[in-house]
Each structure stands twice: as structure tokens, then as C-alpha cells.
Design a protein around this ligand. Structure first.
Ligand SMILES: [Zn+2]
Length: 307
């Protein structure tokens, strides 16, 4: 995305041009990031990845800007003290009035030029959010049906990325963790106090939910995925509170198994598969793996989530 907004003087440490080895100049000394926000539309008969099942927020770019008058994503330069996700959320709040508290980051896509990179952060609206023009860089922001994106003149770089971005839209990753099996994989004294050990694991999972996982580790397209995490606790490990979601990122829901932990894991996987979610169950238990794979969930060993 060679574009760039305008010729304003730098306002922030990330503002500025990069002379890239690709032969172009790019905006954002530490790279740039944009937010691709989607919401699910009612049309229950279609797969969640069908463009008719979602709408996305597009920004109509000011006519004086580079490729002025085209539609693209709210975004801009990333600052050195923030992650790409934080930069995208900040820009979306400033430019399009999209509050971080109303969105949940699901995945991202990275265009890496070596000297510079553009990260498209793909997020779901988790409550009703109405975009509104927040600064002079846009002349409009609007929800646009997923199937109608190409009907508008798009910023060329955004149009180029669209096929890859369509693979990320409408999708959620849920990781269901078999708590007993996962704790058992690490001999850290968990048997002395299962409740405290469950709290430790929950906190590690909350860090993972915020930082995300490389797409290749969970068999999904794109660069990183930011999961919702459910930790299934049984027996003496029960009674641990949830780790609340932060702005833009998911937290950890602790599910107390009424009886067998395995049955609770299967029930959660089945429910999420029914919603069309991508599900990865973390366990090394062979019989449990067989049961959850029958629901269409994937499985991974405890190494996926243990630091
Ligand atoms: Zn370049």
C-alpha cells in the first residue's frame, strides 16, 4: 500500500516515509496497519464464510488524498510503542469512530516488504457499532455488504489484498482446552493445589488470547489468529473465575464440568462447530481427540498453549 494520506507534518513518531527495497515509498516508519471490521448478517442457510453472510466497514477516502475518492480501510502508521493490532484499533477509532470496546480481533494478514509491512487486522463487531467520519482523511464510512465490495472503486492495494482477506472474513477461532490433561503435561507441582494451578493456566491462556497464534500452528490462512479461549476444569480444579476480555481481544472463559471433563470438552466443541466456528481442542488424550474430531474440530497437544 503505497498510498499516503497527505503531506501533513509528522504528528507522531510513526509518521514518515520509508524508502523500500521494492522501489516504492511507503507511509509509516514502523509499518502501517488498518482495521477490516465485519459483522455477521442473518442468512442462516449459508456458510459463515460466504460473503452474503457478512458486511464490512469501508472508508471513502478524501479526494485530495493519494488515489482519492476510492474506498479502503481506516488505518495508518503504527507507532513504535504499539503493536500492529493496537495501531489498527487506534486508527479505526480516530478515523471511523469504531470503539475498541465494540470489536473483537479475530485474525490478521501481513504484507511484508522487508523494509516495511502493512498489517490488515480483521475483527468482528461484537455489539452494534455505527461508523462515523472522525477526521479529514475520510468523506464517509459505511457498512458495505460483503458480496458488494467490488461494486465500489477500491484503493488498488486493498483490491489486490481482497482475495486473501476474504479467506479470513466471517471466521472465528475458538480454542477449547482440556484443563486436566494440559496441566498434567507440565510437572510444575500442580497436584499440590489444582485450583491455583488452574488460575495459572488461565492467566497464561489470557496472554495467548491477546498475543495470538501464528496461523500455521492452527492450520488457518493469514498471518495470526486471536482466539476466544475456553478452559474446561473438572473436580478440584473448578471454581476459578474467567479472565475478562480486554479492549479488542478475547479473554478466557472457565467452564466448570458438571461431571466428566471429557464430556464437557465435547459439548463445547459441538456447540461452537454448530455456530460455524473454527475449533481447536487442546488435549493429548487419544479417545477425546477421536470424539472431538468427529464434530469437525481440530486437535493439538498441550504444547500449542503452554509457554
Ligand atoms: Zn515496498
Amino acid at each position: 500500500m503505497t498510498d499516503l494520506p497527505d503531506s501533513r507534518p509528522p504528528r507522531r513518531p510513526g509518521d514518515g516515509w520509508v524508502e523500500c527495497r521494492c522501489g516504492h515509498r511507503h507511509w509509516g516508519r514502523y509499518g502501517a496497519a488498518g482495521l477490516l471490521l465485519w459483522r455477521r448478517e442473518a442468512d442462516g442457510g449459508l456458510p459463515v464464510t460466504d460473503p452474503r453472510r457478512y458486511a464490512v466497514v469501508l472508508q471513502h477516502r478524501a479526494v485530495w488524498s493519494h488515489h482519492g475518492g476510492t474506498w479502503a480501510l481506516p488505518g495508518g502508521a503504527v507507532n513504535p510503542d504499539e503493536t500492529e493490532v493496537e495501531g489498527a484499533l487506534r486508527e479505526a477509532a480516530e478515523e471511523a469512530g469504531l470503539p475498541a470496546s465494540g470489536v473483537r480481533v479475530r485474525a490478521d494478514h501481513r504484507l511484508d516488504h522487508g523494509d516495511w509491512a502493512y498489517t490488515t487486522v480483521v475483527a468482528e463487531a461484537v455489539r452494534e457499532v455505527e461508523p462515523q467520519v472522525g477526521d479529514h482523511e475520510s468523506i464517509g464510512v459505511a457498512w458495505v455488504p460483503g458480496a458488494a465490495l467490488r461494486d465500489r472503486p477500491l484503493l488498488p492495494a486493498f483490491a489486490d489484498a481482497l482475495p486473501a482477506l476474504h479467506e479470513l472474513l466471517g471466521r472465528r477461532l475458538v480454542i477449547v482446552v482440556d484443563g486436566a490433561n494440559t496441566m498434567g503435561a507440565r510437572p510444575d507441582g500442580w497436584w499440590h493445589d489444582r485450583h491455583a494451578a488452574t488460575e495459572r493456566l488461565r492467566d497464561e491462556l489470557a496472554t495467548l488470547a491477546a498475543a495470538g497464534l501464528a496461523a500455521g500452528r492452527v492450520g488457518l490462512p493469514g498471518h495470526r489468529w486471536y482466539p476466544d479461549v475456553e478452559l474446561v476444569a473438572e473436580g478440584a480444579a473448578r471454581g476459578v473465575s474467567d479472565a475478562p476480555a480486554g479492549d479488542g481481544v478475547g479473554g478466557v472463559v472457565v467452564v466448570d464440568a458438571p461431571g466428566s471433563g471429557d464430556d464437557a470438552v465435547v459439548a463445547r466443541a459441538t456447540a461452537h462447530r454448530g455456530d460455524g466456528d473454527e475449533v481447536v481442542v487442546v488435549t493429548s488424550d487419544r479417545e477425546l481427540r477421536r470424539r472431538v474430531e468427529a464434530t469437525g474440530a481440530r486437535t493439538a497437544g498441550p504444547g500449542l498453549v503452554l509457554p
